[in-house]
Design a protein around this ligand. Structure first.
Ligand code: ZN
Length: 193
């Protein structure tokens, strides 16, 4: 197993739409093994193939706690088949060293994917749990989208990016997501009552 180099924001591979995996070849198996090793080496929650320079529809997620046994989930050719609700998510990304910011996410998602044995599976993640957030974050990487494109406060996010010597938000990719924003605002109102 080897630890792969993680591409940093600004690298154009992160903006490419990744290609479907047609066959789970030996090469794909090795790539996935190395992605998992890389995820653990960086103490990440998720890692998508484009982040290691491979523009393929694969990501790995492990939401287990430090004191729990490791539990990597491998998603090949994933599709998000349901999404609902909205939530504020304070996120970072291995491709944005040390940058954290508030972004909009759906609260619940259902995803269909194939595992490393080529078997299809479906996972439902609810109530804004870490898995629900991680699935959306990693799926975005396959579409050439990045978490800062969902920034709730574009100026605060730009500040965080610039202070870590990264480019500000690229307005060609920025998403307004007014419907999600309204739903998040509604939820925080009810909480404050
Ligand atoms: Zn990421």
């Amino acid at each position: 197993m080897s630890i792969l180099k993680v591409r940093v924001y600004g690298d154009e591979v992160l903006r490419k739409k990744a290609k479907e995996v047609n066959k789970i070849s030996k090469k794909i198996q090795i790539l996935v093994e190395n992605m998992i090793a890389t995820l653990y080496a960086y103490n990440g929650v998720g890692l998508a193939a484009p982040q290691v320079g491979e523009s393929l529809r694969i990501f790995v997620i492990d939401v287990s706690e430090a004191n729990q046994p490791k539990n990597p989930i491998i998603f090949i050719n994933p599709k998000i088949i349901q999404k609902s609700g909205a939530i504020n998510s304070y996120e970072g990304c291995l491709s944005f060293p040390e940058v954290y910011t508030d972004v909009r996410r759906y609260k619940n998602v259902k995803v269909k994917a194939t595992n490393l044995q080529g078997k299809p599976f479906t996972i439902e993640a609810k109530d804004g749990e870490l898995l629900a957030i991680a699935i959306q974050h990693e799926f975005d990487h396959l579409e050439g989208k990045l978490f800062v494109d969902h920034a709730r406060n574009r100026f605060a996010t730009d500040e965080a990016l610039i202070s870590h010597k990264l480019n500000p938000i690229d307005m060609n990719y920025f998403m307004e997501e007014n419907d999600l924003e309204e739903e998040i605002a509604k939820e925080s109102e009810t909480k404050n009552e």
